[in-house]
Design a protein around this ligand. Structure first.
Ligand SMILES: [Zn+2]
Length: 264
Protein backbone atom coordinates (compact mmCIF):
# COMPACT_ATOMS: atom_id res chain seq x y z
CA UNK A 1 0.00 0.00 0.00
CA UNK A 2 2.60 2.47 1.10
CA UNK A 3 4.98 1.41 -1.62
CA UNK A 4 2.35 2.07 -4.22
CA UNK A 5 1.62 5.43 -2.69
CA UNK A 6 5.26 6.37 -2.92
CA UNK A 7 5.55 5.42 -6.58
CA UNK A 8 2.96 7.29 -8.60
CA UNK A 9 4.04 6.59 -12.12
CA UNK A 10 2.17 9.19 -14.09
CA UNK A 11 1.30 12.71 -13.05
CA UNK A 12 -0.87 15.10 -15.00
CA UNK A 13 -1.94 18.61 -14.17
CA UNK A 14 -4.80 20.30 -15.93
CA UNK A 15 -5.59 23.98 -15.50
CA UNK A 16 -8.20 25.78 -17.56
CA UNK A 17 -9.08 29.43 -17.37
CA UNK A 18 -12.31 31.28 -17.92
CA UNK A 19 -12.41 34.78 -19.24
CA UNK A 20 -15.14 37.30 -18.83
CA UNK A 21 -16.93 38.67 -21.85
CA UNK A 22 -19.41 41.45 -21.38
CA UNK A 23 -19.66 42.94 -24.83
CA UNK A 24 -22.27 40.57 -26.21
CA UNK A 25 -25.13 39.77 -23.85
CA UNK A 26 -26.46 36.30 -24.46
CA UNK A 27 -29.91 35.92 -25.91
CA UNK A 28 -31.92 32.75 -26.08
CA UNK A 29 -31.05 32.08 -29.71
CA UNK A 30 -27.43 33.15 -29.47
CA UNK A 31 -26.03 29.63 -29.38
CA UNK A 32 -22.69 28.83 -30.97
CA UNK A 33 -23.00 25.11 -30.37
CA UNK A 34 -25.29 22.79 -32.27
CA UNK A 35 -26.46 20.60 -29.41
CA UNK A 36 -27.84 21.65 -26.08
CA UNK A 37 -26.41 18.61 -24.35
CA UNK A 38 -22.80 19.22 -25.28
CA UNK A 39 -20.09 18.27 -22.77
CA UNK A 40 -16.39 17.52 -22.72
CA UNK A 41 -14.65 15.17 -20.34
CA UNK A 42 -11.05 13.99 -20.37
CA UNK A 43 -9.68 10.49 -20.76
CA UNK A 44 -6.19 9.18 -20.12
CA UNK A 45 -4.86 6.30 -22.20
CA UNK A 46 -2.63 4.01 -20.18
CA UNK A 47 0.52 2.35 -21.58
CA UNK A 48 -1.53 -0.81 -22.26
CA UNK A 49 -3.90 1.17 -24.46
CA UNK A 50 -6.86 1.24 -22.10
CA UNK A 51 -8.76 4.49 -21.60
CA UNK A 52 -9.55 5.83 -18.15
CA UNK A 53 -11.94 8.66 -17.45
CA UNK A 54 -10.07 11.33 -15.54
CA UNK A 55 -12.08 11.71 -12.34
CA UNK A 56 -12.14 11.64 -8.57
CA UNK A 57 -12.78 8.40 -6.74
CA UNK A 58 -16.48 8.96 -5.90
CA UNK A 59 -16.27 6.35 -3.13
CA UNK A 60 -14.06 8.45 -0.87
CA UNK A 61 -15.81 9.02 2.45
CA UNK A 62 -15.56 12.70 1.60
CA UNK A 63 -13.66 15.05 -0.69
CA UNK A 64 -12.75 18.10 1.33
CA UNK A 65 -12.57 21.71 0.18
CA UNK A 66 -11.25 24.77 1.99
CA UNK A 67 -11.76 28.42 1.08
CA UNK A 68 -9.36 31.36 1.20
CA UNK A 69 -11.57 34.44 1.24
CA UNK A 70 -8.92 36.98 2.27
CA UNK A 71 -9.43 38.85 -1.03
CA UNK A 72 -13.03 37.86 -1.73
CA UNK A 73 -14.52 41.04 -0.32
CA UNK A 74 -13.87 44.11 1.78
CA UNK A 75 -16.01 43.21 4.76
CA UNK A 76 -16.59 40.16 6.90
CA UNK A 77 -20.12 39.95 5.55
CA UNK A 78 -18.85 40.03 1.96
CA UNK A 79 -16.29 37.30 2.67
CA UNK A 80 -18.93 35.20 4.42
CA UNK A 81 -21.16 35.58 1.38
CA UNK A 82 -18.32 34.29 -0.79
CA UNK A 83 -18.02 31.19 1.39
CA UNK A 84 -21.77 30.68 1.12
CA UNK A 85 -21.51 30.81 -2.68
CA UNK A 86 -18.67 28.27 -2.69
CA UNK A 87 -20.67 25.94 -0.46
CA UNK A 88 -23.76 26.29 -2.65
CA UNK A 89 -21.71 25.55 -5.77
CA UNK A 90 -20.16 22.42 -4.27
CA UNK A 91 -23.57 21.24 -3.15
CA UNK A 92 -24.79 21.41 -6.72
CA UNK A 93 -21.73 19.51 -7.95
CA UNK A 94 -22.29 16.89 -5.24
CA UNK A 95 -25.90 16.50 -6.29
CA UNK A 96 -24.91 15.94 -9.92
CA UNK A 97 -21.84 13.75 -9.42
CA UNK A 98 -22.58 11.87 -6.21
CA UNK A 99 -19.13 12.89 -4.97
CA UNK A 100 -19.42 13.72 -1.23
CA UNK A 101 -17.79 17.13 -0.98
CA UNK A 102 -17.30 18.44 2.56
CA UNK A 103 -16.37 21.92 3.75
CA UNK A 104 -13.07 21.86 5.68
CA UNK A 105 -13.08 25.49 6.79
CA UNK A 106 -11.14 28.63 5.92
CA UNK A 107 -7.51 28.60 4.87
CA UNK A 108 -4.77 31.06 3.98
CA UNK A 109 -3.34 28.70 1.36
CA UNK A 110 -3.13 29.71 -2.29
CA UNK A 111 -2.80 26.81 -4.75
CA UNK A 112 0.39 26.79 -6.81
CA UNK A 113 1.92 24.32 -9.18
CA UNK A 114 5.39 22.83 -8.92
CA UNK A 115 6.89 20.43 -11.42
CA UNK A 116 7.27 17.56 -9.01
CA UNK A 117 5.21 15.14 -7.01
CA UNK A 118 4.77 17.33 -3.96
CA UNK A 119 1.25 18.59 -4.66
CA UNK A 120 -0.21 16.60 -1.80
CA UNK A 121 2.52 17.80 0.53
CA UNK A 122 2.03 21.46 -0.34
CA UNK A 123 -1.76 21.62 -0.30
CA UNK A 124 -2.64 20.67 3.23
CA UNK A 125 -5.86 22.53 3.98
CA UNK A 126 -8.07 20.30 1.88
CA UNK A 127 -8.16 18.19 -1.23
CA UNK A 128 -9.57 21.16 -3.13
CA UNK A 129 -8.58 24.72 -2.23
CA UNK A 130 -10.64 27.64 -3.51
CA UNK A 131 -8.73 30.93 -3.20
CA UNK A 132 -9.15 34.51 -4.32
CA UNK A 133 -5.81 35.76 -5.64
CA UNK A 134 -4.14 39.03 -6.62
CA UNK A 135 -1.60 38.61 -9.41
CA UNK A 136 -0.13 42.06 -8.70
CA UNK A 137 1.05 41.09 -5.22
CA UNK A 138 3.60 38.33 -4.67
CA UNK A 139 2.00 37.27 -1.42
CA UNK A 140 -1.34 36.56 -3.09
CA UNK A 141 -0.17 35.38 -6.51
CA UNK A 142 -0.51 31.96 -8.11
CA UNK A 143 1.44 30.46 -10.99
CA UNK A 144 -1.70 28.61 -12.04
CA UNK A 145 -3.05 31.83 -13.57
CA UNK A 146 -1.10 33.31 -16.48
CA UNK A 147 -1.49 36.50 -18.46
CA UNK A 148 -2.52 35.51 -21.99
CA UNK A 149 -1.70 38.93 -23.39
CA UNK A 150 -5.10 40.38 -22.58
CA UNK A 151 -4.61 40.32 -18.84
CA UNK A 152 -5.48 37.64 -16.35
CA UNK A 153 -8.59 35.50 -16.51
CA UNK A 154 -11.35 35.73 -13.96
CA UNK A 155 -10.64 32.27 -12.69
CA UNK A 156 -8.78 29.04 -13.23
CA UNK A 157 -9.85 25.59 -12.14
CA UNK A 158 -8.16 22.24 -12.46
CA UNK A 159 -6.98 19.01 -10.98
CA UNK A 160 -3.96 16.83 -10.34
CA UNK A 161 -4.18 13.19 -11.43
CA UNK A 162 -1.93 10.27 -10.59
CA UNK A 163 -1.85 6.89 -12.28
CA UNK A 164 -0.40 3.71 -10.85
CA UNK A 165 -0.50 -0.05 -11.32
CA UNK A 166 -2.32 -2.33 -8.90
CA UNK A 167 -1.02 -5.62 -7.52
CA UNK A 168 -2.01 -7.38 -10.74
CA UNK A 169 -0.34 -4.85 -12.96
CA UNK A 170 -3.51 -3.09 -14.07
CA UNK A 171 -3.43 0.63 -14.49
CA UNK A 172 -5.54 2.85 -12.27
CA UNK A 173 -5.87 6.61 -12.34
CA UNK A 174 -7.54 9.15 -10.10
CA UNK A 175 -7.67 12.84 -9.41
CA UNK A 176 -6.54 13.48 -5.85
CA UNK A 177 -6.15 17.24 -5.58
CA UNK A 178 -7.99 20.11 -7.17
CA UNK A 179 -7.97 23.88 -7.10
CA UNK A 180 -9.96 26.95 -7.98
CA UNK A 181 -8.29 30.35 -8.09
CA UNK A 182 -10.44 33.44 -8.55
CA UNK A 183 -8.98 36.75 -9.73
CA UNK A 184 -9.88 39.32 -7.07
CA UNK A 185 -9.13 42.08 -9.59
CA UNK A 186 -12.39 41.09 -11.29
CA UNK A 187 -14.51 41.00 -8.13
CA UNK A 188 -16.52 44.06 -9.12
CA UNK A 189 -17.53 42.40 -12.41
CA UNK A 190 -19.36 39.60 -10.66
CA UNK A 191 -22.59 39.84 -8.69
CA UNK A 192 -22.61 37.77 -5.51
CA UNK A 193 -24.83 34.74 -5.47
CA UNK A 194 -26.64 32.87 -8.21
CA UNK A 195 -29.19 34.31 -10.54
CA UNK A 196 -29.25 36.54 -13.58
CA UNK A 197 -26.42 38.72 -14.82
CA UNK A 198 -22.73 37.89 -14.54
CA UNK A 199 -22.57 36.09 -11.22
CA UNK A 200 -19.91 34.79 -8.92
CA UNK A 201 -22.06 31.69 -8.56
CA UNK A 202 -21.73 30.89 -12.27
CA UNK A 203 -17.98 31.53 -12.15
CA UNK A 204 -17.61 29.11 -9.24
CA UNK A 205 -19.76 26.47 -10.95
CA UNK A 206 -17.51 26.77 -14.01
CA UNK A 207 -14.21 26.48 -12.14
CA UNK A 208 -15.39 23.68 -9.84
CA UNK A 209 -16.59 21.96 -13.01
CA UNK A 210 -12.96 21.94 -14.14
CA UNK A 211 -11.82 20.66 -10.73
CA UNK A 212 -13.99 17.58 -11.20
CA UNK A 213 -12.84 16.91 -14.76
CA UNK A 214 -15.06 18.90 -17.11
CA UNK A 215 -13.53 20.72 -20.07
CA UNK A 216 -14.85 23.60 -22.14
CA UNK A 217 -17.71 23.32 -24.60
CA UNK A 218 -18.68 25.44 -27.58
CA UNK A 219 -22.30 25.82 -26.54
CA UNK A 220 -22.69 29.37 -25.29
CA UNK A 221 -25.69 28.57 -23.11
CA UNK A 222 -23.70 26.22 -20.88
CA UNK A 223 -21.75 26.97 -17.74
CA UNK A 224 -18.67 25.27 -19.24
CA UNK A 225 -18.50 27.73 -22.14
CA UNK A 226 -15.07 29.36 -21.73
CA UNK A 227 -16.32 32.93 -21.58
CA UNK A 228 -18.52 34.26 -18.82
CA UNK A 229 -21.56 35.87 -20.40
CA UNK A 230 -24.44 37.86 -19.06
CA UNK A 231 -27.18 35.31 -18.54
CA UNK A 232 -30.66 34.94 -17.17
CA UNK A 233 -29.50 31.99 -15.04
CA UNK A 234 -26.55 30.68 -13.05
CA UNK A 235 -26.98 26.96 -13.02
CA UNK A 236 -25.69 23.92 -14.82
CA UNK A 237 -27.50 23.26 -18.07
CA UNK A 238 -28.27 19.90 -19.70
CA UNK A 239 -24.85 19.45 -21.26
CA UNK A 240 -23.06 20.41 -18.06
CA UNK A 241 -25.21 17.94 -16.16
CA UNK A 242 -24.48 15.19 -18.65
CA UNK A 243 -20.78 15.83 -18.22
CA UNK A 244 -21.01 15.82 -14.43
CA UNK A 245 -22.78 12.47 -14.45
CA UNK A 246 -19.87 11.08 -16.48
CA UNK A 247 -17.22 11.98 -13.93
CA UNK A 248 -19.15 10.85 -10.86
CA UNK A 249 -20.56 7.95 -8.95
CA UNK A 250 -22.24 6.14 -11.88
CA UNK A 251 -18.76 5.14 -13.09
CA UNK A 252 -18.02 3.27 -9.87
CA UNK A 253 -15.20 3.26 -7.33
CA UNK A 254 -11.51 3.55 -8.20
CA UNK A 255 -9.76 0.84 -6.19
CA UNK A 256 -6.55 1.89 -4.49
CA UNK A 257 -7.04 5.62 -4.98
CA UNK A 258 -6.76 6.34 -1.27
CA UNK A 259 -3.40 4.53 -1.13
CA UNK A 260 -1.99 6.79 -3.82
CA UNK A 261 -3.65 9.98 -2.61
CA UNK A 262 -3.51 10.59 1.14
CA UNK A 263 -6.95 11.88 2.07
CA UNK A 264 -7.38 15.01 4.12
ZN1 LIG B 1 -12.82 27.25 -18.04
Amino acid sequence: MVSRASRPIVLMLMAAAVTVGLSAPLTSNNSAGAAGDDFEVANWTDPDGKDHRIRWNPCQTKVTYAVNTRLAGGTTAARNAAVADVKAAFKRVSNRTGIPFAFAGRTSEIPNNAEDESWSNRQKAAEIVVAWVDQSRAKYRTNLMTDNGNGYASGVGGWMMRAWTDSEGRWRAAIGRGFVVINSGHNSTYTAGFGSGVTRGALLLHEIGHAVGLDHVGTTSEIMYPTMLERSFSKYKDGDRNGLSRVGKPLGCIAGASDTWPQI
